[in-house]
Design a protein around this ligand. Structure first.
Ligand SMILES: NC(=O)c1ccc[n+]([C@@H]2O[C@H](COP(=O)([O-])OP(=O)(O)OC[C@H]3O[C@@H](n4cnc5c(N)ncnc54)[C@H](OP(=O)(O)O)[C@@H]3O)[C@@H](O)[C@H]2O)c1
Length: 326
């Protein structure tokens, strides 16, 4: 497999695997106490994991201002240090939060907020530009998004960002952003259990990279088993949009049965389960860039190791469809 990708027509080259930096933001919550992070993290381990990823050829990191209410950006910026110039950093705006109380405060889709949020992200990341700036409001009004897209074009002109994208699962919304000259990608959910053929078709037609969130189905496709999860972990009291987990019992047995049914195919060629799940994504389209989350050196090594294993075959994808009855 070609282990690099160019983000749309931006000329920005990234490794075919990125690292998702949500979990390394640590604990934060909504005002009513719903956990929004993945539980406790050890920042020093996060930094070591990022360094290991860099050594193993990973050059793309996805974060958001809101992850850990700014903490993820701070940890990523610290870990990159002098190596900032060697990597492509993607972050997001649209959510507002209180860093002091580590609480989310809602959303802001205003034109004014874009620059405020970018200024704060640049400071936390310790950089003078963001490579890929992403609208984090997946269901934002398309008319408003067109205005935000125009602001992004201005920011490109000013050298503050190099390209931009919308993080949304709706192809019609992604198409609104795609009309902008420097829109280089869409970030959307894609994994063995959640295909996105219309979005992949749009990426092809509009020359966009497909950046894939939740590539491991939030851990289910990496071997997460049944059992209660840590209280600060969003999966311990899953919001409505988070499938596969139930409060108190952890991973759902019907999801685990489906993982078991395709385990042999995913672990072919000496792959681990997580590596097979990433191989499925690469086999879906050469435009894909999965961004698995991580919070340890061991996870970083295993996920980066998927690059050498490459995509599953078309026959294996067909077999997975058959086994899952689709
Ligand atoms: N709206 C948005 O824009 C949006 C939404 C969601 C995610 N994202 C982005 O996408 C990234 C990834 O998606 P995701 O956070 O939904 O989850 P994911 O990548 O599907 O799953 C990540 C989790 O799987 C487990 N894991 C990872 N590698 C593993 C390995 N090798 N072996 C065993 N377990 C492993 C870890 O959980 P444990 O540590 O608990 O084992 C990890 O936190 C995020 O970090 C974020 O950058 C964006």
């Amino acid at each position: 497999m070609e282990t690099n990708r160019t983000l749309g027509s931006s000329g920005i080259d990234v490794s075919a695997l990125g690292f998702g930096c949500w979990a390394i933001g640590g604990e934060w919550s909504s005002p009513d106490g719903q956990p929004l992070g993945w539980g406790k993290v050890d920042d020093e381990e996060s930094v070591r994991a990022i360094h290991r990823a860099l050594d193993l050829g990973v050059t793309f990191f996805d974060t958001a201002d809101t992850y850990g209410t700014g903490h993820s950006e701070r940890v990523l910026g610290r870990a990159l240090g002098k190596r900032r110039a060697d990597v492509v950093v993607a972050t997001k705006w649209g959510n507002v939060f209180d860093e002091r109380t580590r609480t989310s405060l809602g959303q802001d889709d205003s034109v004014e907020h874009v620059r405020e949020a970018l200024t704060a992200s640049l400071a936390r990341l310790g950089t003078d530009h963001v490579d890929l700036y992403q609208l984090h409001l997946s269901d934002a009004d398309p008319g408003r998004a067109a205005q935000l897209r125009d602001v992004c074009e201005e920011l490109v002109g000013e050298g503050l960002i190099r390209a931009y994208a919308w993080s949304t699962d709706d192809p019609a919304r992604a198409a609104v952003f795609a009309e902008g000259t420097h829109c280089a990608a869409v970030q959307h959910a894609l994994n063995v259990f959640q295909d996105a053929p219309e979005m992949l078709a749009l990426c092809e037609e509009s020359d966009l990279a497909s950046i894939n969130r939740s590539p491991l189905a939030m851990g289910l496709l990496a071997g997460k088993r049944q059992g209660p999860l840590e209280a600060g972990d969003i999966r311990s009291t899953p919001p409505e949009w988070l499938p596969g987990f139930t409060a108190g019992t952890g991973a759902d047995s019907d999801w685990l049965s489906r993982v078991d049914a395709i385990r042999e195919i995913l672990t072919s060629g000496g792959r681990t389960l997580a590596q097979g799940a990433l191989g499925w994504i690469w086999a879906r389209s050469p435009r894909t860039v999965p961004i698995p989350g991580f919070r340890s050196v061991a996870q970083a090594e295993q996920n980066a190791g998927a690059l050498a294993k490459g995509p599953l075959t078309a026959a294996q994808l067909a077999e997975i469809d058959r086994v899952l009855g689709r």
